[in-house]
Design a protein. Structure first.
Length: 440
């Protein structure tokens, strides 16, 4: 377990800039952004900035209007462009599972920023230019694969574009090419670790993982780091990456291995605020609210005070890694992910934190909501990590969940491997009772 390899701070002075100097840079970029948007020949931007006065600096940020996701759908496909369509070199899109997809365009300069912030992110996890980095996020319209791919190349690492799925090939490539970094969803990383252990895979050299695109808890981090440290014979750091396609994709914020528990927001490009989800009023450090982001440097499709729907808080403490970016706490959920169970508000992240903290429980679980009665009920389905008494574990989890959530939930614990695995895409954890997976 004695491997010690130092990472790098990719952007040097920009990542360690004095806060006052960064605030001046942010203010100048914000003023330039608004002035540029005023001149865009666009019905959207004319209406959006109607009545907004000149911006002199950060002190004028609160006078700007919020942006919400429905605006991207209302202006589908490219009504929010701030450049000529001919200046765009790429588009990405959401899945459109709740209606029309949201289309997001990039100029060549945007793609360069996308690469830079993802290079910073990989470096935060401990990545170096000498590494092999395997990217197992999906490629295509989803921003994850290409975002981390370009970031790994910008860092100078050898990049393996494995994409998602095909666990046997993924494990072979990790072993044969000696990857130091693995970029994928945390659920897929857990599946890979399971399959590697089952097949007796050896010779792995993976030191760090860049995991995102779905919420995950500190309890899942512990399972991931334990499993991959055992597989690789050395310390493994599982680090959280945050982003959303409406802003740029992954690389908006990143956890570093030295300061796990909070994420650096790359605020020279993405200006963060925390507001009350109900009123939009600003909140101070430590107060949980909705994350709002302004893209200070995005050219093709900037957003002004974009309400992400993600719940977090500002962390007002310096990070031991030396980066001086503002940090946000790891996300506790989304405004629209909240479940109402027997009249009590429940976030899936709260359930995961309890379930995966149990050493007798493996990493797979499902939340089954039954809305057939007047008050919805919740059943948690999970599986044993090995030999154990399923009934005793179920009783223990039910008691701990009742204490944490302040509402009774049912718990079903199956044998190891009893829940179905998902090899591609973001893990689905919440199901309606009619289409929920059984526990074997």
């Amino acid at each position: 377990m004695g491997r010690t390899i130092r990472g790098v701070i990719f952007s040097g002075a920009l990542e360690t800039m004095a806060p006052d100097d960064r605030a001046a840079l942010q203010g100048a970029r914000l003023a330039d952004l608004v002035e540029r948007l005023r001149k865009v020949d666009s019905p959207y931007w004319r209406v959006k900035l109607d009545g907004v006065g000149p911006v002199r600096g950060l002190e004028d940020l609160a006078a700007l209007p919020f942006t919400v996701k429905s605006e991207l759908r209302d202006t589908y496909p490219l009504g929010m462009l701030a450049v000529a369509p001919a200046d765009c070199v790429r588009v990405h899109a959401s899945s459109g599972t709740r209606g029309r997809p949201t289309i997001v365009a990039y100029t060549r300069g945007d793609v360069e920023v996308f690469a830079e912030v993802n290079a910073r992110a990989i470096a935060c996890a401990g990545g170096t230019p000498d590494d092999v980095v395997q990217v197992a996020y999906g490629y295509g319209l989803f921003t994850g694969g290409l975002g981390l791919h370009y970031g790994a190349e910008r860092l100078g690492a050898t990049t393996v574009p494995a994409s998602g799925g095909n666990t046997a090939l993924q494990l072979q490539l990790l072993a044969d090419l000696g990857a130091a970094g693995l970029c994928c969803t945390p659920s897929f990383a857990l599946l890979l670790a399971e399959r590697a252990a089952a097949r007796g895979v050896s010779g792995l050299r993976v030191r760090y993982g860049v995991f995102g695109a779905e919420p995950w808890s500190p309890a899942l981090r512990t399972k991931l780091e334990t499993a991959w440290s055992a597989l690789a014979g050395g310390t493994f750091d599982a680090c959280d990456i945050y982003g959303l396609s409406e802003v740029i994709g992954p690389g908006v914020a990143m956890e570093c291995r030295e300061g796990k528990g909070a994420l650096h927001v790359f605020s020279d490009h993405f200006l963060p605020e925390i507001v009350d989800p109900s009123t939009g009023a600003p909140l101070g450090p430590g107060e949980q609210g909705e994350l709002v982001l302004t893209t200070l440097t995005k050219q093709a499709q900037p957003v002004v005070r974009y309400r992400t729907g993600d719940l977090t808080s500002l962390v007002d403490e310096p990070c031991p890694c030396g980066r001086t970016f503002p940090r946000i706490a790891r996300l506790t959920g989304r405004v629209d992910d909240m479940l109402v169970i027997r009249g009590v508000n429940v976030y899936p992240s709260e359930v995961e934190a309890v379930v995966l903290a149990d050493p007798d429980v493996a990493g797979q679980y499902a939340l089954v909501v039954d809305r057939s009665a007047t008050l919805a009920t919740l059943e948690v389905r999970c599986e044993l990590a090995g030999d154990g008494d399923a009934d005793r574990v179920a009783d223990r989890l039910a008691a701990r969940l009742a204490e944490r959530l302040r509402v009774r939930v049912a718990v079903a614990v199956g044998p190891p491997g009893s829940l179905p695995r998902q090899e591609t895409g973001k893990a689905k954890r919440v199901f309606d009772a009619a289409d929920a997976p059984a526990t074997g």
